[in-house]
Design a protein around this ligand. Structure first.
Ligand SMILES: NC(=O)c1ccc[n+]([C@@H]2O[C@H](COP(=O)([O-])OP(=O)(O)OC[C@H]3O[C@@H](n4cnc5c(N)ncnc54)[C@H](OP(=O)(O)O)[C@@H]3O)[C@@H](O)[C@H]2O)c1
Length: 274
């Protein structure tokens, strides 16, 4: 496992396990499999409605808490200073934990303009020692700039949609300049076309690997943190087996050239659902 050091000095596994769209009933066995394979970072959210099942898998694993890195997120309807503090306590309760490693704003929802207050509540949690790190998801450069201007704690990372067909180079450049990691969600294009891409397949064949493994390797070599999701045991394992090969500069360049701006999810400025 590779670890990265976040801007507040704490270490985070560069490869984690995502659990979006995994029902609470299914998530416990999926997370148990991931932990058995070696993943130590789990990415959930209040809105995934599976924090309880994630917590159950953590408890049953017997893995020391300090060896795990658990992320959850404040949902749009819980934004605002007081509501965020309450939402954090409720997430902890569902997870059965007394802290999470990373608490994130799920979407900026600019229409409501509450993300600065929300972030200030997260700064309080951080300064009170109740969470090890704080950050954001789906923040465009203008949203990040506002936090940098109006708040004190630089987010440790920005979790955004990112895969070879939607490479997010501008956000990557901005984040790198400000010591903020990019964490890729839908790193495998949510199971989409990129897994069949012919150019990636040629690279995969040359290494005796799959398209998914090559794509994850591309993320890792770009210094991106990532959190692929799967409920299929063989894929959970496959996605973890990416530390025994390396892409050449030429192979990285070929994958870089596949970017076609193909966003799969919502644009953050248009995602104001509560
Ligand atoms: N902050 C946000 O707004 C946000 C938004 C979206 C996602 N996320 C986070 O990012 C995580 C990952 O994103 P994601 O779930 O959208 O998509 P993803 O990890 O890009 O892809 C998951 C899909 O690909 C399939 N898959 C996984 N590994 C595979 C492999 N080796 N070969 C072939 N197919 C494979 C999975 O199928 P099976 O499960 O059937 O195996 C699933 O359908 C989420 O779970 C969540 O934690 C965050």
């Amino acid at each position: 496992m590779n670890f990265v050091t976040l801007n507040n000095g704490i270490k985070m596994p560069q490869l984690g396990f995502g659990v979006w769209k995994v029902d609470n009933e299914v998530v416990t066995s999926a997370v148990a499999k991931a932990l058995e394979v070696g993943y130590r970072s789990i990415d959930t959210a209040m809105i995934y409605r599976n924090e309880e099942g994630v917590g159950k898998a953590i408890k049953e694993s017997g893995i020391p808490r300090e060896d795990l890195f658990i992320t959850t997120k404040v949902w749009n309807s819980d934004q605002g200073y007081d509501k965020t503090l309450k939402a954090y306590d409720e997430s902890l309760k569902r997870l059965g934990l007394d802290y999470v490693d990373l608490y994130l704003i799920h979407w900026p929802t600019p229409e409501y303009d509450e993300y600065v207050d929300t972030y200030k509540a997260m700064e309080k949690l951080y300064k009170d020692g109740r969470v090890r790190a704080i950050g954001v998801c789906n923040f465009e450069i203008e949203h990040l700039q506002r936090l940098l201007d109006e708040c004190e704690v630089t987010p440790v990372l920005n979790q955004v949609e990112c895969h070879p067909y939607f490479a997010q180079d501008e956000i990557k450049d901005f984040c790198a300049k400000h010591d903020i990691f990019v964490e890729a969600w839908s790193p495998l294009d949510n199971g989409g076309e990129v897994l069949q891409d012919e150019k990636i397949r040629q690279i995969a064949d040359a290494h005796g690997k799959t398209n998914a493994q090559v794509i994850l390797r591309w993320h890792l070599q770009n210094n991106t943190i990532t959190i692929p999701k799967s409920v299929t045991p063989s894929r959970i394992e496959e996605n973890f087996n990416v530390f025994d090969f390396e892409l050449s500069e030429e192979e990285m360049r070929i994958i870089d050239s596949l970017d076609r701006g193909a966003r799969r999810g919502a644009h953050p400025n248009e995602m104001n659902v509560r």
